[in-house]
Design a binder for this molecule. Structure first.
Ligand code: ZN
Length: 67
């Protein structure tokens, strides 16, 4: 079940309009929106992981260069 990207509320599918609407804040999404938004979130997480890893590598390098 998809959740709202604004408030995390439950999205209810409306078969007539082919859109999802949020029970919490009333935002509406179509399936394309959901796909795009999911991809954006995934990329953001990926970038954060990359940044964290780079920092970790730097720390290790720094520690090993001290000894
Ligand atoms: Zn919402």
């Amino acid at each position: 079940m998809p959740v709202c990207f604004e408030c995390g509320g439950k999205l209810v599918y409306d078969r007539e309009t082919k859109t999802y609407s949020c029970e919490g804040c009333g935002s509406t999404y179509n399936s394309q929106d959901l796909l795009v938004e999911r991809e954006k979130r995934f990329n953001r997480k990926f970038e954060e992981e990359k940044k964290k890893r780079r920092h970790q590598e730097y720390l290790e390098w720094w520690l090993s260069s001290k000894s």
